[in-house]
Design a protein around this ligand. Structure first.
Ligand code: RIB
Length: 280
């Protein structure tokens, strides 16, 4: 059976609910501090496993309690966390997230152990028991970029499909972008990518348009109507995780994007990037 290997970050999310985002130099009061599980890699792996895919996460946590707790949680959600290494002397990645009354967020990440992921972690992709034809590698950009680029190249060389989420946006070599099917970006990242590449877009580019849906080449999928947006954190991650799961299961592009769109719509209706428990 096909599986999805997520190459990505693990963060402890520190959530602050604010009425509005602070301006430069301003101090605001927030609601109570909430500690949640996040990181684009962890979020996408959880969404992928919940969508029914056999899922493993390649990444790193610190040798601290948040890291150990996170690994236990991944397993509880059905994600194989055996390839999430504990890095001695490094803290688990941490994100400070402010969510305003409209559910819009700002996020600042201290990468911690995520930036200790090195090429040696990639043996899981092309060593014994590694990726095979029909498997999917799902990656984002919160790990060192050279490691992500190398992971994409190795996965593609094994015949795996690569789903590459350019978030947070960074410049990757065009030959790496060309190996992904698709590169997933939001509108903001799409504009930055166009600036980087000029007219030469990656051959397979999926642009998410928030409530307006998404566009993947000539495929356009409308957004889902949502009554009340509570928190947009992790909506893009749910989209990517479910997209990868459905593509690994053999769905066509439209069916996979529709399932991903529905998952993102559910995510904006709860607080935090991940659902509170393994099953609703
Ligand atoms: O995409 C949302 C995620 O971005 C958060 O969970 C935070 O940890 C950052 O990685």
């Amino acid at each position: 059976m096909s599986r999805v290997v997520v190459l990505g970050s693990v963060n402890l999310d520190l959530h602050l609910q604010v009425e509005r985002h602070p301006r430069g130099g301003e101090t605001l009061l927030a609601g109570d501090l909430e500690r949640r599980f996040g990181g684009k890699g962890g979020n996408q792996a959880v969404a992928c496993a919940r969508a029914g895919a056999t899922t493993a996460l390649v990444g790193a946590v610190g040798d601290d309690e948040p890291g150990r707790e996170y690994r236990r949680r991944l397993e509880a959600f059905g994600v194989d966390a055996g390839l999430v290494r504990e890095v001695p002397g490094a803290p688990t990645g941490t994100a400070v997230i402010c969510v305003d009354a409209r559910g819009e967020n700002t996020i600042v990440v201290a990468p911690g152990a995520n930036h200790r992921v090195g090429a040696e972690h990639l043996a899981a992709l092309d060593g014994p028991g590694g990726l095979e034809d029909g498997d999917v590698l799902l990656a984002q950009l919160e790990l060192p970029l050279e490691v992500v680029a190398e992971g994409v190249r190795r996965a593609a060389a094994r015949g795996a499909r690569v789903v590459l989420n350019l978030a947070p946006f960074a410049v990757l070599p065009p030959d790496v972008l060309a190996l992904a099917d698709p590169v997933v970006v939001n509108e903001h990242e799409a504009a930055l990518l166009a600036e980087q590449l000029g007219g030469d877009q990656p051959p397979s580019l999926l642009v998410t348009l928030g409530a307006a849906g998404s566009r993947w080449g000539d495929l356009e999928v409308p957004g889902e109507r949502v009554e009340a947006v509570v928190d947009t954190t992790g909506a893009g991650d749910s989209f990517c995780g479910v997209l990868a799961a459905r593509l690994a299961a053999g769905d066509d592009r439209r069916a996979a994007v529709e399932a991903a769109t529905a998952a993102a719509a559910l995510t904006v209706q709860h607080e935090g990037a991940q659902p509170p428990s393994p099953r609703p």
